[in-house]
Write a protein that binds this ligand. Structure first.
Ligand SMILES: O=c1[nH]c(=O)c2[nH]c(=O)[nH]c2[nH]1
Length: 297
């Protein structure tokens, strides 16, 4: 008889918006929460017995009930509440993985109006994944879709050339990428002091962008390492950072046929193909645990 392999189930992409009303000033948390549970689930697969199955519909309801009962202090804290609840309240469930995307809203500052109008921030989506097995926690935070560009201080030359190489060496090019990053916290135990998730995210973002702007880049690989190293050096709560950085190529347009000189001013922004530079940066002595393919996280 074929044997059941690893399995998990839950409700994916529960969109929850929590408004906290502080008088006329309102605060918004806008999350997309995916619940994935695993444990003693052999019977439902083999015989169809649902005796151990907490319905995915209930996991959805729990997300909304917790948004009311516990509030949403941070994506990470909300995920911790949910993961702990599923593992500790349901005997057959041994492991819970909560994945969260957070969409940021910015207040529209407008004199005379109440503080209740927001514009969706067109920048990154914040990410969090919380995994709990009843004794140990793994929190991986991150972001995606953060597009950044340096219009100078980037070169690319001295690379291997074979008979198929046509790329001209660049001594002053545009460096642009859409950052997808994940970072793993070394907090694993309830008893240890929990990081301040909101403050940590702000610090990581700040250092990542500072390294992007301040690194005089000889390759996107070098910039990636600088971004990761700067996070590890400044955030003691983080042991591992992984980046997936598409090199959003900007090619100088040949304007000679129009009798015009292109003095590093006019570019064709190609959307594909793109170079894809991916690497993990680790605190010395720590192990790489974030999956190589970030789409799997
Ligand atoms: O920063 C870069 N790294 C590469 O590995 C590479 N390869 C390439 O064609 N252009 C670039 N740019």
């Amino acid at each position: 008889m074929p044997v059941l392999g690893p399995n998990q189930y839950g409700k994916a992409e529960n969109r929850v918006v929590r408004i906290t009303r502080d008088g006329a000033t309102h605060h918004i948390k806008d999350l997309n929460v995916s619940v994935s549970l695993s444990g003693d689930m052999d019977e439902v697969h083999y015989s169809g017995s649902n005796a151990n199955v907490l319905p995915t519909d209930t996991t959805k309801n729990t997300v909304y009930a917790f948004a009311k009962e516990k509030g949403i202090e941070s994506a990470e804290q909300f995920g911790i509440h949910l993961a702990r609840h599923f593992v500790t309240s349901q005997e057959p469930i041994h492991r819970a993985r909560i994945r969260i995307e957070e969409y940021a809203w910015e207040r529209i500052e407008h004199a005379g109006e109440g503080e209740h109008s927001f514009v969706r921030k067109g920048q990154e989506t914040r990410l969090a994944q919380i995994t709990y097995d009843g004794s140990s926690w793994e929190v991986v935070s991150g972001l995606k879709d953060l597009t950044v560009m340096n219009s100078t201080n980037s070169e690319f030359w001295g690379y291997v050339k074979d008979k198929y190489t046509t790329l001209p060496e660049a001594y002053d090019r545009i460096l642009a990428t859409e950052v997808s990053g994940r970072w793993r916290f070394n907090w694993t135990d309830d008893e240890q002091a929990m990081p301040d998730w909101e403050a940590s995210y702000a610090q990581v973002r700040k250092h990542m962008l500072a390294a992007f702007t301040e690194t005089y880049s000889l390759s996107l690989q070098q910039t990636l390492y600088a971004m990761g190293a700067r996070i590890i050096d400044n955030s003691g709560e983080i042991d591992e950072v992984r980046f997936s950085l598409p090199n959003k190529h900007h090619f100088l347009v040949d304007l000679a046929s129009f009798g015009l000189k292109n003095d590093n001013e006019v570019y064709f922004a190609a959307d594909r193909p793109y170079g894809l530079i991916e690497a993990t940066v680790l605190r010395d002595g720590c192990e790489a645990k974030i999956p190589g393919d970030l789409t799997n996280l």
